[in-house]
Write a protein that binds this ligand. Structure first.
Ligand code: SF4
Length: 383
């Protein structure tokens, strides 16, 4: 099968049929040595004619298709954004959460975790430091913590917007009511990140307890869009039980939603969760999926995530070279950073904000990019 041709079709038409997606996504799965049993699985996933293609042909083919996608995605991102990388100052406002997602280190049932909440004053101090370091977007992220009522959030959002009118506020606070999303939008919030986690309802229920609903998650994303937010969805690459078919559904869902942002990172297990012993998602597959997303949605804001930097020391640089254009360094007080451990061994938990900023500056410069002081809105988005 000519995978490169399929990637060309994706570039031209910004979508593929389910069969084409299955072939393209499956093509990456075996970029290393291919064993006999993997070849028979590969036949199902990538629709390769394993009766006639030798194992070596398949391996060569997959290596080249990954590189082909990475190069194409990088060129597309360069055309849209030049060598400019947007940064978002991440403020992790609370590690309390009412939910119990099986993969998450701050889930309700993790009794080993010391919990914290930032006050409005703490958050304003983070924003002040961030503004001085050139951040023009602040991301307020936290578990689903009832302390942050609409009143509390609207006060924080409007205070940030008043102090820094040239900045965008992004929220990442999970599922809330339409009314709540609306009030926070009216208070000045610009963007909302809510990962859909998987495009398959059954798979969603294997990653979350019964009390959580896939339909509600998807409904929230459509509501946010309708209200007028720049919306971000996303999923974990290599989450337990994930198949190529699930990834096909992810791509189909993302295409349908046409979000302004897509956040994907490898699944990384956390030792205090039911998924403690599950296998981590791979670096190569994450980069490949990032590239396919960039080719499908050329203008999308696509972060090279901290999780990618956690599983590979050059993960964030490679994420940019695979089509990413956003970095989300941490602005949270160093005293609480380690407590917001969604997965094990998260990087950058000990560095002061200024150190993070300098470190990232030199990392992106080394690969020919530059961090800019800019809100970094989606190119064709008008509020
Ligand atoms: S993933 Fe989000 S909603 Fe789920 S437990 Fe973690 S913080 Fe809570």
């Amino acid at each position: 099968m000519d995978y490169e041709k399929l990637i060309d079709i994706l570039e031209r038409e910004h979508d593929l049929s389910e069969e084409q997606w299955r072939a393209v996504i499956g093509a990456q799965k075996f970029t290393g040595s291919v064993s006999g049993s993997q070849v028979s699985t590969l036949r199902d996933w990538a629709e390769v004619d394993t009766e006639t293609d030798s194992e070596t042909d398949i391996v060569d083919n997959t290596y080249s298709v990954v590189k082909y996608a990475n190069d194409k995605a990088r060129n597309i991102a360069r055309k849209v954004f030049g060598n400019r990388i947007y940064i978002r100052g991440l403020i992790e406002i609370s590690n309390y959460c009412r939910n119990n997602c099986y993969y998450c280190g701050i889930r309700r049932d993790n009794k080993a975790l010391v919990r914290y909440r930032l006050t409005k004053e703490d958050i304003m101090e983070c924003a002040k430091q961030g503004y001085g370091l050139g951040y023009r977007t602040f991301v307020l992220q936290g578990g689903e913590d009832g302390y942050y009522s609409d009143e509390v959030m609207c006060d924080i959002i409007s205070s940030i917007k008043k102090a820094y009118p040239d900045c965008a506020v992004t929220l990442s606070l999970g599922e809330r009511s339409r009314e709540s999303y609306k009030r926070m939008y009216e208070a000045g919030a610009d963007r909302y990140l809510l990962r859909h986690e998987t495009g398959d309802k059954d798979h969603y229920q294997t990653l979350h307890p019964d009390e959580m609903s896939y339909d509600n998650r998807i409904e929230c994303l459509w509501t946010l869009k309708e209200i007028g937010y720049q919306v971000g969805c996303g999923f974990m690459v290599g989450s337990p039980g994930q198949s190529v078919d699930h990834l096909v559904k992810d791509m189909k869902f993302i295409k349908k939603l046409e979000p302004q942002m897509v956040g994907i990172g490898p699944f990384v297990p956390h030792h205090e969760t039911p998924f403690a012993n599950e296998t981590q998602g791979t670096y190569e597959q994450t980069l490949y999926m990032m590239s396919l997303i960039r080719i499908m949605l050329p203008e999308v804001l696509l972060p090279a995530t901290t999780a990618l930097g956690t599983i590979n020391p050059r993960g964030r640089e490679m994420g940019i070279l695979a089509g990413g254009n956003v970095l989300m360094p941490n602005l949270s007080p160093v005293s609480v950073r380690k407590l917001y451990e969604l997965y094990d061994n998260k990087i950058c938990t000990g560095d002061e904000s200024a150190e993070c900023r300098n470190c990232l500056n030199s990392r992106v410069q080394r690969i020919g990019y530059e961090i800019v002081t800019d809100r970094g809105d989606a190119p064709s988005f008008v509020r």
